[in-house]
Write a protein that binds this ligand. Structure first.
Ligand code: HEM
Length: 206
């Protein structure tokens, strides 16, 4: 499991940047209770958007363009769990670590590995970010949030909290792609090179 490069203290600052408050946490809990038995249908709606566009659908297909039902089903179940985690789990160190893990599972670092499949090696960050427009689209999610008959003003608060969480997660998921992610990779490469050079020198010395 990945470890988040973001500390809890840095994440606190990020929450402030997004004006994510305890009130938002409260409304996410309310949303989670409402969505709990609707995640399959909700994820299905989002996935319709992906399936309708070849340039997105190809990310979960086999290299020859065939559908991979097993891959879609298994990653879909984890997608459903993510809805519940977003609403109901505390945003603690474990959650931060899993954010990094999910981010990596959309990159060549870890994509395809969990389900042991052959498919596109990476999902470009631009599409992950743009897809937030779909995950936050009120015309899709608000009817689900309205299921238990809450007032429109409360549904709006749930939607606000949901949207802020999407922004926070997009910020966290950018990590493997951005400067601090790149710095880490360079650091790791430097370590490997130093190790190899060290081995070579000791070999030369006999
Ligand atoms: C904000 C945007 C997105 C979110 C929140 C999201 C959410 C998720 C989640 C929760 C998982 C399961 C992670 C796990 O293994 O626990 C997942 C996996 C996956 N998602 Fe996304 N996703 C996003 C964007 C996209 C886009 C744009 C595509 C492609 C059209 C996509 C395709 C996939 C695929 C193929 C997997 C399986 C990855 C693997 O091999 O493990 N996702 N996504």
């Amino acid at each position: 499991m990945a470890k988040s490069p973001i500390t809890l203290q840095e994440f606190e600052q990020l929450k402030h940047s997004a004006t994510f408050t305890e009130e938002d946490e409260h409304w996410l809990r309310v949303a989670g209770d409402i969505l709990a038995d609707q995640t399959e249908e909700l994820v299905g709606k989002w996935r319709e958007v992906i399936a309708a566009q070849n340039h997105l659908a190809r990310y979960s297909q086999k290299p020859d363009g065939e559908k991979d039902a097993r891959y879609s089903e298994r990653s879909g179940l984890r997608f459903q769990q993510w809805v519940l985690d977003t609403c109901l789990r505390p945003y603690d160190q474990d959650w931060l670590n899993y954010q990094q893990e999910m981010a990596l599972r959309h990159t060549s670092g870890k994509k395809n590995k969990t389900d042991n499949v052959r498919s596109a090696p990476t999902i470009h960050l631009r599409h992950v970010i743009a897809f937030n427009a779909v995950l936050g689209d009120p015309s899709i999610i608000k009817p689900f949030l309205a299921k238990n008959g809450h007032r429109a003003a409360d549904i709006e608060k749930m939607h606000q909290a949901w949207s802020k969480s999407l922004w926070l997660q997009a910020a966290l998921w950018s990590e493997p792609h951005t400067a601090s992610g790149a710095e880490r990779v360079v650091g790791q490469m430097r370590g490997v090179i130093q190790h190899r050079v060290g081995c070579f020198i000791s070999f030369e010395k006999g």
